[in-house]
Design a protein around this ligand. Structure first.
Ligand SMILES: C[S@@+](CC[C@H](N)C(=O)[O-])C[C@H]1O[C@@H](n2cnc3c(N)ncnc32)[C@H](O)[C@@H]1O
Length: 256
């Protein structure tokens, strides 16, 4: 079954929930809190883009943030609201390349490689949206894979995660153009009788050089402060696969 990027059907949702049960979420919470501590940011208003079923929003809320989350998929937003009813009004449907400018945020996050769902045009929309919705001095934090990882991480390896509920295998394959990889996500859910049920979703991931992101953000008055190695959270060197990009909107607003 091939889904679009919205995780609309039962298969896609099962793959999503499995992925979230895997160690990524604990890692993302840890890394984000460390980055925020280092940046000296006090809790204020935050928005998690591509928030899925809302785990990171809940986590930020528990740490004192007025935390919001948006997702392209109405199913995901409904799931998030059902899972965290105390935050029901904090989830909304929106494309991250067109964030409604109805509120301003001190922190905008996009984790779990979700930025790779955006095409070049979509990324341009995201940079513009950030300029409209980040408060002056507000932070943008993105976890993604570096474009060098397209080959090393996605095309030359498969990734296997195990959890109590089963195990997952993610494998990249060539997409319709050079910058796109089709990531096939298999999830083998352990059944009571010991057998496994297979769920499958395929999502296109778009890769882009970090320089494009630097320029796109800079053009909107948002400065990249650091690019961190996803493993060490120290400065990223050549060949890093997962990176965290930390950027801040300048207080003076748009540059010419
Ligand atoms: C791996 S999940 C993100 C995990 C989430 N941050 C959490 O804490 O649970 C990826 C999500 O990206 C969403 N998505 C894909 N394209 C999107 C877009 N253009 N705008 C907003 N959300 C998008 C999908 O619907 C999916 O829920």
């Amino acid at each position: 079954v091939t889904t679009d990027t919205g995780y609309h059907d039962e298969e896609g949702l099962a793959v999503y929930e499995a992925a979230m049960a895997l160690p990524y979420l604990g890692y993302a919470r840890y890394a984000l809190s460390k980055i925020l501590r280092k940046a000296g940011v006090d809790p204020a208003t935050s928005l998690d883009l591509a928030c899925g079923s809302g785990h990171l929003v809940k986590d930020l809320s528990a740490r004192g943030w007025r935390a919001y989350g948006c997702d392209l998929s109405p199913d995901m937003v409904a799931r998030a609201a059902a899972r965290y009813p105390d935050l029901r009004d904090h989830f909304f449907v929106a494309d991250m390349s067109r964030i409604p400018p109805s509120r301003s945020y001190d922190l905008v996050t996009v984790v779990f490689n979700s930025i790779h769902y955006l095409s070049r045009e979509g990324r341009g929309g995201l940079w513009r949206s950030l300029a409209e919705t980040l408060a002056d001095g507000g932070l943008f934090v993105s976890q993604q894979t570096d474009c060098s990882a397209r080959e090393t991480y996605w095309l030359k390896q498969s990734h296997v995660w195990t959890a109590e509920t089963g195990y997952a295998v993610w494998t990249g394959g060539l997409g319709p153009s050079e910058d796109v990889i089709e990531v096939e996500k298999l999830y083998f859910e352990r059944q009571e009788d010991g057998r496994f049920r297979l769920f499958r979703a395929t999502h296109p991931y778009h890769f882009f050089p970090l320089a494009e992101m630097h320029q796109g953000l800079a053009g909107q008055g948002i400065e990249v402060l650091s690019v961190l190695d996803g493993r060490t959270l120290g400065p990223a060197g050549p060949g890093c696969q997962s990176v965290w990009v930390v950027a801040r909107k300048k207080a003076c607003g748009l540059q010419s």
